[in-house]
Design a protein around this ligand. Structure first.
Ligand SMILES: NC(=O)c1ccc[n+]([C@@H]2O[C@H](COP(=O)([O-])OP(=O)(O)OC[C@H]3O[C@@H](n4cnc5c(N)ncnc54)[C@H](OP(=O)(O)O)[C@@H]3O)[C@@H](O)[C@H]2O)c1
Length: 385
């Protein structure tokens, strides 16, 4: 179904949320690593049965293979994942007086449930990376893209917000350009995968796609014109008086915060397309100074200046696609660099980005953020610096 794009995922909040109390949870500075090395690191994943939670599970095994894991979701259940069986507990059990303390919590819940459980996790001593929208614009909480502004994740910080899945690749490409050439403005048009709406929406899309494409009708009359299958639809959830949706406002507000650029003139239009995984983003950027495409390529193609980006040289975009993201899951794919002929000053360019929304756009960035506190064993999952 695709009713207007809904709050993500549908809220099943049963109790009034606890008010945020994270501000009180700043401890003294200590040398990294923060956990007692004589015992295994304790990691919990909230929302472990969801799309992002499952990816987090895979990455935790890569980054911290010896860690003790505790998985939480809406209720007690067993998760079968990647050939293994995991015991999952109801997140509400974290509210009991004897709930286990731990080192790191990766939270992949909707906004309401993040608001309910993040304060409790902090109280239990966890360092928390939250992937919902709840804390992203809170001035007391760093909003971090690893490779762009991860220096804000210091020992004194106990809660970090993970940005939206389109903001992360956008910031990975624009951050280094801003640092080298300055940045004035950006127009952004996104083509976002259905998995961005959660496991329920993805499963429904796959079932409707299978049924719809099974019909011998070249015009797609078998599809529902307001659903995702076989379609492109506006990402129109929480459209406000400005006429822009929550997804569009997130890209604007979050990129301003991450790039530390409040006056950034940026506007976005977002839609969902009939793709399972992999967001595709077209951008028109005006840099702070005129420069050559060769100089821009030198920045974007250099992993030291532009970490976690696979750069596709040339203008055609050969090899750059939404589906190629699922083969290069922990990088943003960037290419189709061209001069924007509308701007005679030579400052404006066109650029295309794509990223796996579940990995680079969510779980991978969160693990890289956490690596600032707990260095991992997989170098690809450690934030630079
Ligand atoms: N999907 C993406 O591309 C993406 C990208 C960036 C950020 N995010 C953010 O990441 C978060 C998770 O997204 P997702 O796509 O992984 O969602 P999802 O696939 O719909 O999974 C939702 C998770 O929340 C759990 N949950 C639902 N109700 C709960 C409750 N009452 N108490 C505790 N847990 C509950 C579910 O557990 P059950 O299985 O027990 O129902 C499931 O594990 C969201 O905030 C989303 O905005 C998603």
């Amino acid at each position: 179904m695709r009713p207007p794009e809904r709050a993500h995922p549908p809220s099943r909040l049963e109790y009034p949320p606890i008010q945020p109390i994270y501000a009180g949870f700043v401890r003294e500075r200590r040398a990294l690593p923060l956990h007692d090395m004589s015992r295994a690191m304790r990691i919990c994943i909230l929302g472990a049965t969801g799309l992002v939670g499952r990816e987090s599970l895979d990455l935790v095994h890569r980054a911290w293979p010896g860690a003790e894991l505790a998985l939480y979701a809406s209720r007690d259940q067993t998760l079968e994942h990647a050939g293994k069986s995991y015991k999952v507990r109801a997140a509400a059990s974290l509210e009991s007086a004897d709930a286990p303390r731990g080192d790191l919590a990766l939270v992949a819940l909707d906004d309401d449930h993040s608001q309910r459980y993040v304060p409790r996790l902090l109280e239990l001593g966890y360092r928390v990376v939250d992937k919902s929208n709840t804390y992203r614009l809170d001035p007391k909480v760093p909003l971090v893209v690893a490779g762009v502004n991860c220096a804000t994740v210091t020992d004194a910080v106990h809660l970090v917000a993970n940005p939206n899945c389109t903001t992360i690749p956008f910031a990975l490409a624009t951050g280094p350009l801003k640092r080298r050439f300055g940045l004035q403005s950006a127009s952004v048009s996104t083509y976002q995968a259905v998995s961005g709406a959660g496991i329920g929406a993805l499963d429904e899309f796959l079932a409707e796609s299978k049924a719809g494409y099974a019909e011998p009708n070249r015009f797609g009359h078998g599809f529902n014109a307001s659903h995702y299958a076989g379609n492109a639809v506006p990402h129109n959830g929480k459209t406000d008086d400005s006429g822009f949706s929550a997804e569009e406002r997130k890209l604007v507000q979050e990129s301003r915060k991450i790039l530390d650029f409040p006056e950034f003139a940026v506007s976005a239009q977002c839609c969902r397309v009939a793709v399972a995984v992999g967001h595709y983003i077209n951008t028109w950027l005006t840099l702070g100074q005129a420069t050559s495409l060769a100089e821009i390529e030198a920045v974007l193609g250099d992993a030291k200046q532009t970490p976690f980006v696979t750069f596709y040289a040339g203008s055609s975009g050969d090899g750059l696609s939404a589906l190629s993201c699922v083969k290069d899951r922990d990088h943003a794919l960037v290419g189709r660099l061209r001069t924007d002929a509308r701007d005679p000053s030579g400052k404006s360019i066109c650029l295309t980005m794509a990223a796996d929304n579940l990995r680079l756009g969510a779980a991978t960035n969160a693990v890289r953020i956490a690596s600032r506190w707990f260095k991992g064993e997989d170098a690809e999952l450690n934030a630079p610096g």
